[in-house]
Design a protein around this ligand. Structure first.
Ligand SMILES: [Zn+2]
Length: 514
Protein backbone atom coordinates (compact mmCIF):
# COMPACT_ATOMS: atom_id res chain seq x y z
CA UNK A 1 0.00 0.00 0.00
CA UNK A 2 2.72 2.39 1.04
CA UNK A 3 4.81 1.33 -1.92
CA UNK A 4 1.92 1.97 -4.28
CA UNK A 5 1.47 5.44 -2.83
CA UNK A 6 5.14 6.31 -3.20
CA UNK A 7 5.25 4.87 -6.68
CA UNK A 8 2.32 7.09 -7.59
CA UNK A 9 4.13 10.14 -6.22
CA UNK A 10 7.29 9.33 -8.12
CA UNK A 11 5.33 8.84 -11.31
CA UNK A 12 3.54 12.13 -10.76
CA UNK A 13 6.82 13.85 -10.01
CA UNK A 14 8.20 12.63 -13.32
CA UNK A 15 5.11 13.75 -15.17
CA UNK A 16 5.32 17.15 -13.52
CA UNK A 17 8.99 17.47 -14.33
CA UNK A 18 8.06 16.99 -17.97
CA UNK A 19 5.25 19.53 -17.75
CA UNK A 20 7.42 22.09 -16.00
CA UNK A 21 10.12 21.82 -18.63
CA UNK A 22 7.53 22.37 -21.32
CA UNK A 23 5.54 25.52 -21.83
CA UNK A 24 2.41 24.21 -20.22
CA UNK A 25 1.92 25.12 -16.56
CA UNK A 26 -1.00 22.75 -16.35
CA UNK A 27 -0.60 20.04 -13.71
CA UNK A 28 -2.01 16.55 -13.82
CA UNK A 29 -4.77 15.42 -11.52
CA UNK A 30 -3.71 14.55 -7.96
CA UNK A 31 -0.89 17.07 -7.58
CA UNK A 32 -0.43 20.80 -7.78
CA UNK A 33 2.67 23.00 -7.60
CA UNK A 34 3.18 25.66 -4.96
CA UNK A 35 5.98 28.23 -5.16
CA UNK A 36 7.12 29.16 -1.65
CA UNK A 37 6.57 32.82 -0.76
CA UNK A 38 8.34 34.93 1.86
CA UNK A 39 7.02 34.27 5.35
CA UNK A 40 5.53 30.87 4.55
CA UNK A 41 6.42 27.73 6.46
CA UNK A 42 5.87 24.18 5.34
CA UNK A 43 3.11 24.14 7.94
CA UNK A 44 1.28 27.20 6.73
CA UNK A 45 1.41 25.72 3.23
CA UNK A 46 0.20 22.31 4.42
CA UNK A 47 -2.68 23.90 6.30
CA UNK A 48 -3.70 26.12 3.40
CA UNK A 49 -3.97 23.04 1.15
CA UNK A 50 -5.47 20.84 3.87
CA UNK A 51 -2.66 18.28 3.66
CA UNK A 52 -0.29 16.79 6.21
CA UNK A 53 3.11 18.41 6.49
CA UNK A 54 4.75 14.97 6.61
CA UNK A 55 3.18 14.08 3.26
CA UNK A 56 4.49 17.34 1.81
CA UNK A 57 7.94 16.66 3.24
CA UNK A 58 8.04 13.09 1.91
CA UNK A 59 6.79 14.01 -1.53
CA UNK A 60 9.44 16.71 -1.84
CA UNK A 61 12.33 14.94 -0.12
CA UNK A 62 12.45 17.53 2.67
CA UNK A 63 13.98 16.24 5.89
CA UNK A 64 14.03 19.38 8.01
CA UNK A 65 10.61 20.97 7.67
CA UNK A 66 12.13 24.30 8.74
CA UNK A 67 14.64 24.15 5.91
CA UNK A 68 12.79 25.51 2.87
CA UNK A 69 13.63 28.38 0.55
CA UNK A 70 11.64 31.24 -0.94
CA UNK A 71 10.95 30.44 -4.58
CA UNK A 72 11.29 26.69 -4.02
CA UNK A 73 8.68 24.69 -5.97
CA UNK A 74 6.71 22.24 -3.92
CA UNK A 75 4.60 19.36 -5.13
CA UNK A 76 1.34 19.37 -3.20
CA UNK A 77 -0.93 16.31 -3.27
CA UNK A 78 -4.54 17.24 -3.94
CA UNK A 79 -6.09 13.77 -3.79
CA UNK A 80 -6.89 11.62 -0.79
CA UNK A 81 -3.93 11.04 1.51
CA UNK A 82 -3.56 8.36 4.15
CA UNK A 83 -3.93 9.63 7.70
CA UNK A 84 -2.11 8.05 10.62
CA UNK A 85 -4.47 6.27 12.99
CA UNK A 86 -5.35 8.66 15.80
CA UNK A 87 -4.12 7.55 19.24
CA UNK A 88 -5.92 8.51 22.47
CA UNK A 89 -3.29 11.06 23.42
CA UNK A 90 -0.27 12.88 22.02
CA UNK A 91 2.62 14.17 24.13
CA UNK A 92 3.70 17.63 22.96
CA UNK A 93 7.23 17.65 21.53
CA UNK A 94 9.48 20.72 21.29
CA UNK A 95 8.56 22.75 18.22
CA UNK A 96 5.00 21.44 17.94
CA UNK A 97 1.94 23.66 18.07
CA UNK A 98 -1.66 22.73 18.74
CA UNK A 99 -2.38 23.46 15.09
CA UNK A 100 0.47 21.29 13.81
CA UNK A 101 -0.56 18.39 16.07
CA UNK A 102 -4.19 18.61 14.96
CA UNK A 103 -3.08 18.84 11.34
CA UNK A 104 -0.81 15.83 11.79
CA UNK A 105 -3.76 13.63 12.80
CA UNK A 106 -6.22 15.24 10.40
CA UNK A 107 -8.24 16.83 13.23
CA UNK A 108 -9.45 20.38 13.61
CA UNK A 109 -7.45 22.48 16.05
CA UNK A 110 -10.66 23.93 17.45
CA UNK A 111 -12.00 20.44 18.26
CA UNK A 112 -8.75 19.45 19.97
CA UNK A 113 -8.70 22.71 21.94
CA UNK A 114 -12.28 22.21 23.16
CA UNK A 115 -11.65 18.57 24.05
CA UNK A 116 -8.69 19.61 26.20
CA UNK A 117 -10.26 22.80 27.58
CA UNK A 118 -7.43 24.85 26.10
CA UNK A 119 -8.54 28.48 25.82
CA UNK A 120 -5.30 29.78 24.33
CA UNK A 121 -3.40 27.40 22.00
CA UNK A 122 -0.15 29.25 22.76
CA UNK A 123 -0.17 27.92 26.33
CA UNK A 124 0.59 24.29 25.47
CA UNK A 125 3.93 23.07 26.76
CA UNK A 126 6.54 20.40 26.07
CA UNK A 127 5.54 17.08 27.64
CA UNK A 128 1.84 18.02 27.92
CA UNK A 129 -0.57 15.18 27.16
CA UNK A 130 -3.14 16.26 24.60
CA UNK A 131 -6.33 14.19 24.30
CA UNK A 132 -7.20 13.44 20.70
CA UNK A 133 -10.24 11.17 21.04
CA UNK A 134 -13.39 12.25 22.84
CA UNK A 135 -13.92 8.79 24.37
CA UNK A 136 -10.51 8.91 26.10
CA UNK A 137 -12.01 11.31 28.66
CA UNK A 138 -11.10 10.06 32.14
CA UNK A 139 -13.93 8.55 34.16
CA UNK A 140 -16.11 10.96 36.09
CA UNK A 141 -14.98 11.53 39.68
CA UNK A 142 -18.08 9.82 41.10
CA UNK A 143 -17.32 6.61 39.23
CA UNK A 144 -13.70 6.65 40.35
CA UNK A 145 -14.76 7.00 43.99
CA UNK A 146 -17.25 4.17 43.60
CA UNK A 147 -14.59 1.92 42.14
CA UNK A 148 -12.18 2.81 44.90
CA UNK A 149 -14.73 1.92 47.58
CA UNK A 150 -15.75 -1.35 46.00
CA UNK A 151 -14.36 -4.41 47.81
CA UNK A 152 -11.34 -5.77 46.05
CA UNK A 153 -11.97 -9.01 44.25
CA UNK A 154 -9.71 -11.82 45.25
CA UNK A 155 -8.47 -13.77 42.31
CA UNK A 156 -7.41 -17.29 43.26
CA UNK A 157 -4.00 -18.19 41.91
CA UNK A 158 -4.39 -20.12 38.70
CA UNK A 159 -3.21 -23.70 38.82
CA UNK A 160 -2.27 -25.05 35.43
CA UNK A 161 -4.10 -28.25 34.49
CA UNK A 162 -1.41 -29.44 32.20
CA UNK A 163 2.23 -28.76 32.11
CA UNK A 164 3.76 -28.04 28.77
CA UNK A 165 7.07 -29.78 28.36
CA UNK A 166 9.13 -28.65 25.41
CA UNK A 167 9.92 -31.53 23.07
CA UNK A 168 13.66 -31.82 22.57
CA UNK A 169 14.68 -31.32 18.99
CA UNK A 170 16.01 -34.53 17.55
CA UNK A 171 16.37 -33.49 13.95
CA UNK A 172 19.63 -31.82 13.00
CA UNK A 173 19.41 -28.20 12.10
CA UNK A 174 20.04 -27.81 8.41
CA UNK A 175 21.52 -24.47 7.46
CA UNK A 176 19.42 -22.87 4.77
CA UNK A 177 20.58 -20.39 2.24
CA UNK A 178 19.57 -16.87 3.16
CA UNK A 179 16.96 -15.69 0.69
CA UNK A 180 18.07 -12.62 -1.23
CA UNK A 181 16.78 -9.52 0.50
CA UNK A 182 14.46 -7.40 -1.55
CA UNK A 183 16.00 -4.24 -2.91
CA UNK A 184 15.04 -1.27 -0.74
CA UNK A 185 12.26 0.84 -2.13
CA UNK A 186 14.06 3.70 -3.78
CA UNK A 187 11.05 5.92 -3.30
CA UNK A 188 11.11 5.59 0.51
CA UNK A 189 14.62 7.03 0.72
CA UNK A 190 14.84 10.60 1.81
CA UNK A 191 17.23 13.12 0.32
CA UNK A 192 19.39 15.33 2.51
CA UNK A 193 20.77 18.51 0.97
CA UNK A 194 24.25 19.11 2.40
CA UNK A 195 24.55 22.41 4.26
CA UNK A 196 27.71 24.47 4.52
CA UNK A 197 29.96 23.13 7.28
CA UNK A 198 28.28 19.74 7.53
CA UNK A 199 30.37 16.59 7.57
CA UNK A 200 29.33 13.15 6.43
CA UNK A 201 29.87 11.98 9.99
CA UNK A 202 27.48 14.52 11.43
CA UNK A 203 24.84 13.85 8.76
CA UNK A 204 25.13 10.12 9.42
CA UNK A 205 24.73 10.74 13.17
CA UNK A 206 21.65 12.87 12.56
CA UNK A 207 19.88 9.92 10.94
CA UNK A 208 21.30 7.21 13.19
CA UNK A 209 23.44 5.80 10.37
CA UNK A 210 27.12 5.18 9.81
CA UNK A 211 29.39 7.03 7.40
CA UNK A 212 29.69 3.71 5.54
CA UNK A 213 25.90 3.51 5.06
CA UNK A 214 25.96 6.91 3.40
CA UNK A 215 29.08 6.40 1.26
CA UNK A 216 27.63 3.11 -0.02
CA UNK A 217 24.18 4.52 -0.76
CA UNK A 218 25.66 7.52 -2.56
CA UNK A 219 28.73 5.90 -4.19
CA UNK A 220 31.04 8.33 -2.42
CA UNK A 221 34.72 7.38 -2.65
CA UNK A 222 36.21 9.91 -0.25
CA UNK A 223 33.91 10.79 2.69
CA UNK A 224 35.71 14.13 3.16
CA UNK A 225 34.76 15.26 -0.35
CA UNK A 226 31.16 16.36 0.05
CA UNK A 227 29.95 19.83 -0.86
CA UNK A 228 27.21 22.25 0.13
CA UNK A 229 24.11 21.68 -1.98
CA UNK A 230 24.97 18.03 -2.69
CA UNK A 231 21.93 15.77 -2.48
CA UNK A 232 22.53 12.67 -0.38
CA UNK A 233 20.27 9.65 -0.30
CA UNK A 234 19.50 8.60 3.27
CA UNK A 235 18.83 4.88 2.81
CA UNK A 236 15.63 3.56 4.36
CA UNK A 237 15.10 6.64 6.49
CA UNK A 238 11.55 7.39 7.58
CA UNK A 239 10.64 10.95 8.45
CA UNK A 240 10.13 11.39 12.21
CA UNK A 241 6.48 11.20 13.21
CA UNK A 242 6.28 14.53 14.95
CA UNK A 243 4.40 17.62 13.97
CA UNK A 244 7.24 20.13 14.34
CA UNK A 245 6.30 23.62 13.16
CA UNK A 246 9.28 25.94 13.53
CA UNK A 247 9.94 29.29 11.86
CA UNK A 248 12.99 29.61 9.59
CA UNK A 249 15.92 29.25 10.35
CA UNK A 250 15.07 26.93 13.30
CA UNK A 251 15.07 23.28 12.19
CA UNK A 252 14.79 21.43 15.50
CA UNK A 253 14.62 22.00 19.24
CA UNK A 254 15.36 19.39 21.88
CA UNK A 255 14.56 19.71 25.59
CA UNK A 256 16.29 17.31 28.03
CA UNK A 257 14.69 16.29 30.32
CA UNK A 258 11.28 17.22 28.91
CA UNK A 259 9.85 17.97 32.35
CA UNK A 260 12.12 20.38 34.21
CA UNK A 261 12.75 20.03 37.95
CA UNK A 262 13.75 22.82 40.35
CA UNK A 263 17.36 22.32 41.43
CA UNK A 264 18.26 20.30 38.32
CA UNK A 265 19.84 21.14 34.97
CA UNK A 266 17.99 21.48 31.66
CA UNK A 267 19.60 21.26 28.24
CA UNK A 268 18.03 22.99 25.25
CA UNK A 269 19.50 22.06 21.87
CA UNK A 270 18.65 24.18 18.88
CA UNK A 271 19.52 23.44 15.24
CA UNK A 272 19.39 26.08 12.55
CA UNK A 273 19.46 25.71 8.78
CA UNK A 274 22.11 28.42 8.34
CA UNK A 275 24.93 29.86 10.49
CA UNK A 276 23.10 31.75 13.21
CA UNK A 277 23.72 33.70 16.40
CA UNK A 278 21.22 32.65 19.07
CA UNK A 279 20.29 34.56 22.19
CA UNK A 280 17.67 33.67 24.73
CA UNK A 281 15.94 34.41 28.01
CA UNK A 282 14.60 31.86 30.48
CA UNK A 283 13.30 32.50 34.02
CA UNK A 284 14.35 36.12 33.64
CA UNK A 285 17.97 35.17 32.91
CA UNK A 286 19.99 35.99 29.82
CA UNK A 287 21.11 32.59 28.59
CA UNK A 288 24.62 31.68 27.59
CA UNK A 289 24.74 29.58 24.47
CA UNK A 290 27.50 27.33 23.15
CA UNK A 291 27.56 26.86 19.38
CA UNK A 292 29.53 24.42 17.25
CA UNK A 293 32.03 25.74 14.71
CA UNK A 294 29.37 25.81 11.96
CA UNK A 295 27.02 27.90 14.15
CA UNK A 296 24.13 25.60 13.25
CA UNK A 297 24.00 23.52 16.45
CA UNK A 298 23.47 25.51 19.64
CA UNK A 299 23.52 24.17 23.20
CA UNK A 300 22.02 25.88 26.24
CA UNK A 301 22.73 24.45 29.69
CA UNK A 302 20.85 26.09 32.52
CA UNK A 303 20.28 25.32 36.17
CA UNK A 304 16.70 25.71 37.48
CA UNK A 305 16.97 27.56 40.81
CA UNK A 306 15.66 25.74 43.87
CA UNK A 307 12.37 27.21 45.17
CA UNK A 308 11.27 28.02 41.58
CA UNK A 309 7.46 27.99 41.71
CA UNK A 310 6.08 24.95 39.80
CA UNK A 311 4.38 26.05 36.57
CA UNK A 312 4.75 26.60 32.84
CA UNK A 313 7.48 29.01 31.73
CA UNK A 314 8.47 30.30 28.28
CA UNK A 315 11.91 29.92 26.74
CA UNK A 316 12.35 32.95 24.48
CA UNK A 317 14.83 32.56 21.62
CA UNK A 318 16.06 35.02 19.01
CA UNK A 319 18.02 33.92 15.95
CA UNK A 320 20.06 36.32 13.82
CA UNK A 321 21.39 34.97 10.53
CA UNK A 322 25.16 35.49 10.33
CA UNK A 323 25.07 35.89 6.55
CA UNK A 324 21.94 37.98 5.99
CA UNK A 325 21.20 39.48 9.42
CA UNK A 326 17.60 38.23 9.26
CA UNK A 327 16.01 37.97 12.69
CA UNK A 328 13.48 35.40 13.86
CA UNK A 329 11.98 34.84 17.29
CA UNK A 330 10.62 31.65 18.77
CA UNK A 331 9.01 30.94 22.12
CA UNK A 332 8.68 27.49 23.67
CA UNK A 333 6.69 26.62 26.81
CA UNK A 334 8.19 24.16 29.28
CA UNK A 335 6.91 22.84 32.59
CA UNK A 336 8.84 23.05 35.87
CA UNK A 337 7.86 20.76 38.73
CA UNK A 338 8.90 20.64 42.39
CA UNK A 339 11.97 18.57 43.26
CA UNK A 340 11.97 15.51 45.53
CA UNK A 341 13.82 17.22 48.37
CA UNK A 342 13.49 16.65 52.11
CA UNK A 343 13.95 18.81 55.22
CA UNK A 344 16.50 18.69 58.01
CA UNK A 345 17.55 20.52 61.17
CA UNK A 346 21.22 21.44 61.45
CA UNK A 347 22.88 22.18 64.78
CA UNK A 348 26.27 23.83 64.36
CA UNK A 349 29.35 23.16 66.48
CA UNK A 350 29.51 25.40 69.53
CA UNK A 351 31.36 28.66 68.98
CA UNK A 352 30.71 28.85 65.22
CA UNK A 353 27.25 30.47 65.34
CA UNK A 354 28.83 33.75 64.28
CA UNK A 355 29.18 32.29 60.80
CA UNK A 356 25.40 32.63 60.35
CA UNK A 357 25.81 36.42 60.38
CA UNK A 358 23.85 37.39 57.21
CA UNK A 359 26.52 39.89 56.15
CA UNK A 360 29.26 37.24 56.30
CA UNK A 361 27.10 34.74 54.46
CA UNK A 362 25.97 37.17 51.77
CA UNK A 363 29.49 38.44 51.08
CA UNK A 364 30.73 34.91 50.55
CA UNK A 365 27.77 33.94 48.35
CA UNK A 366 28.29 37.06 46.21
CA UNK A 367 31.95 36.14 45.78
CA UNK A 368 30.95 32.64 44.68
CA UNK A 369 28.27 33.94 42.30
CA UNK A 370 30.81 36.23 40.65
CA UNK A 371 33.34 33.41 40.29
CA UNK A 372 30.81 30.99 38.73
CA UNK A 373 28.94 33.44 36.47
CA UNK A 374 31.20 33.81 33.38
CA UNK A 375 30.53 31.69 30.32
CA UNK A 376 34.02 30.72 29.20
CA UNK A 377 35.55 28.78 26.34
CA UNK A 378 36.99 26.32 25.65
CA UNK A 379 34.66 23.69 27.00
CA UNK A 380 36.97 21.24 28.76
CA UNK A 381 34.89 18.08 28.82
CA UNK A 382 32.12 15.94 27.42
CA UNK A 383 30.28 12.95 28.79
CA UNK A 384 29.52 12.38 32.45
CA UNK A 385 31.25 13.72 35.56
CA UNK A 386 33.21 11.50 37.90
CA UNK A 387 32.77 11.43 41.69
CA UNK A 388 34.90 13.79 43.82
CA UNK A 389 36.01 11.16 46.35
CA UNK A 390 35.94 7.43 46.99
CA UNK A 391 33.48 7.99 49.82
CA UNK A 392 29.85 7.46 50.82
CA UNK A 393 27.19 10.10 50.17
CA UNK A 394 25.80 11.24 53.51
CA UNK A 395 23.60 14.17 52.47
CA UNK A 396 21.97 14.84 49.09
CA UNK A 397 21.55 18.13 47.27
CA UNK A 398 18.42 20.22 47.75
CA UNK A 399 17.40 19.45 51.34
CA UNK A 400 15.59 22.41 52.94
CA UNK A 401 17.50 23.40 56.05
CA UNK A 402 16.82 24.96 59.39
CA UNK A 403 19.96 26.10 61.24
CA UNK A 404 19.87 25.94 65.06
CA UNK A 405 16.05 25.87 65.10
CA UNK A 406 15.51 28.70 62.58
CA UNK A 407 13.11 28.65 59.58
CA UNK A 408 13.53 26.31 56.56
CA UNK A 409 14.65 29.15 54.34
CA UNK A 410 17.97 27.67 53.22
CA UNK A 411 18.84 24.62 51.20
CA UNK A 412 21.73 22.24 50.86
CA UNK A 413 23.53 23.50 47.76
CA UNK A 414 25.63 20.39 47.06
CA UNK A 415 26.19 16.70 47.77
CA UNK A 416 28.08 15.70 50.93
CA UNK A 417 30.55 12.81 51.04
CA UNK A 418 31.72 11.21 54.29
CA UNK A 419 35.44 10.70 54.62
CA UNK A 420 38.18 10.52 57.18
CA UNK A 421 40.29 13.68 57.31
CA UNK A 422 43.02 13.34 54.70
CA UNK A 423 40.97 11.30 52.18
CA UNK A 424 41.95 12.50 48.66
CA UNK A 425 39.58 14.84 46.78
CA UNK A 426 39.69 14.46 43.00
CA UNK A 427 38.63 16.72 40.13
CA UNK A 428 35.34 15.39 38.65
CA UNK A 429 36.11 16.69 35.14
CA UNK A 430 38.94 18.57 33.40
CA UNK A 431 39.04 22.32 33.82
CA UNK A 432 40.88 25.36 35.11
CA UNK A 433 41.09 26.35 38.79
CA UNK A 434 39.46 29.77 39.28
CA UNK A 435 39.30 29.88 43.09
CA UNK A 436 41.57 28.35 45.74
CA UNK A 437 41.10 30.17 49.01
CA UNK A 438 39.99 30.02 52.65
CA UNK A 439 36.39 31.18 53.13
CA UNK A 440 34.42 31.71 56.36
CA UNK A 441 31.49 29.38 55.69
CA UNK A 442 33.00 27.03 53.10
CA UNK A 443 36.44 26.72 54.67
CA UNK A 444 39.35 25.75 52.44
CA UNK A 445 37.59 25.91 49.06
CA UNK A 446 38.43 25.16 45.40
CA UNK A 447 36.36 26.05 42.32
CA UNK A 448 37.10 24.56 38.87
CA UNK A 449 35.78 26.14 35.64
CA UNK A 450 34.92 23.39 33.12
CA UNK A 451 33.87 25.87 30.40
CA UNK A 452 30.42 26.79 29.00
CA UNK A 453 29.22 28.04 32.40
CA UNK A 454 29.84 24.76 34.25
CA UNK A 455 31.73 24.98 37.57
CA UNK A 456 32.41 22.54 40.40
CA UNK A 457 33.24 23.51 43.99
CA UNK A 458 34.93 21.50 46.76
CA UNK A 459 34.51 22.83 50.32
CA UNK A 460 35.80 22.18 53.88
CA UNK A 461 39.18 20.77 52.74
CA UNK A 462 42.03 20.18 55.16
CA UNK A 463 44.64 20.60 52.44
CA UNK A 464 44.71 22.18 48.98
CA UNK A 465 47.01 20.92 46.19
CA UNK A 466 46.17 23.41 43.42
CA UNK A 467 46.19 27.14 42.84
CA UNK A 468 44.28 29.58 40.63
CA UNK A 469 45.20 29.12 36.97
CA UNK A 470 46.10 25.42 37.23
CA UNK A 471 44.59 23.24 34.51
CA UNK A 472 43.48 19.94 36.05
CA UNK A 473 42.43 16.58 34.61
CA UNK A 474 39.68 14.18 35.67
CA UNK A 475 40.79 12.18 38.69
CA UNK A 476 43.63 14.52 39.62
CA UNK A 477 44.01 14.88 43.40
CA UNK A 478 43.28 18.54 44.20
CA UNK A 479 43.15 18.35 48.01
CA UNK A 480 42.06 16.32 51.03
CA UNK A 481 38.83 16.02 53.05
CA UNK A 482 38.67 18.12 56.22
CA UNK A 483 36.34 20.06 58.51
CA UNK A 484 37.20 23.70 57.81
CA UNK A 485 34.40 26.31 57.71
CA UNK A 486 30.77 25.84 58.83
CA UNK A 487 30.54 22.09 59.39
CA UNK A 488 29.21 19.49 61.81
CA UNK A 489 32.16 17.18 61.17
CA UNK A 490 34.75 16.20 58.56
CA UNK A 491 33.22 15.75 55.09
CA UNK A 492 33.48 16.93 51.50
CA UNK A 493 30.76 19.21 50.19
CA UNK A 494 30.74 18.98 46.37
CA UNK A 495 28.87 21.63 44.42
CA UNK A 496 28.00 22.18 40.74
CA UNK A 497 26.97 25.49 39.17
CA UNK A 498 25.35 25.69 35.71
CA UNK A 499 24.49 29.04 34.13
CA UNK A 500 25.03 30.83 37.45
CA UNK A 501 22.78 28.47 39.47
CA UNK A 502 23.77 25.73 41.95
CA UNK A 503 22.19 22.42 40.88
CA UNK A 504 22.16 18.74 41.86
CA UNK A 505 25.66 17.53 40.87
CA UNK A 506 24.64 13.85 40.88
CA UNK A 507 22.48 14.46 37.78
CA UNK A 508 25.77 15.11 35.93
CA UNK A 509 27.27 11.86 37.21
CA UNK A 510 24.28 9.91 35.92
CA UNK A 511 23.70 11.72 32.62
CA UNK A 512 25.97 13.10 29.87
CA UNK A 513 24.65 16.55 29.00
CA UNK A 514 27.55 17.08 26.58
ZN1 LIG B 1 27.19 20.05 52.19
Amino acid sequence: MKYVRYARYVLLALVIAMYVRGVAQETPEGVTIHVIQRGETLYSIAISYGVRVNDLARLNGIVNVGNIQIGQRLLVPTGEVDRPSVPDTHVVQPGETLRSIANFYGLSMEDVAVMNEIANPNTIYVGQKIRLLADSTPQATAEVVETANAPAETVPPATPDTQIVPTPTTEPVIPTETPPTAAPEESSNLVHVVQRGETLFRIAQQYGQTVNDLTRANSIGDPTLIYAGQRLIIPGYEAPEVAVDLPTPFTSIDVTPQTLVEGKTVRFRVSTAVPTLISGVFLGRELSIGSDETHTLHTILQGIPLFTEPGVYPLELVAVGMDNGETAGYSLNVQIVAGPYGREYIRLLAGRDGLLDPAVEQAELTLLENVTRPFTEPRYFEGQMGLPAAATIISPFGTRRSYNGGPFDRFHSGTDFAGAPGTPIIATAPGRVVLADTLNVRGLATVIDHGWGIYTGYWHQSQQNVQVGDVVTTGQVIGTIGSTGRVTGAHLHWELWVGGVPVDPMQWVQFAFL
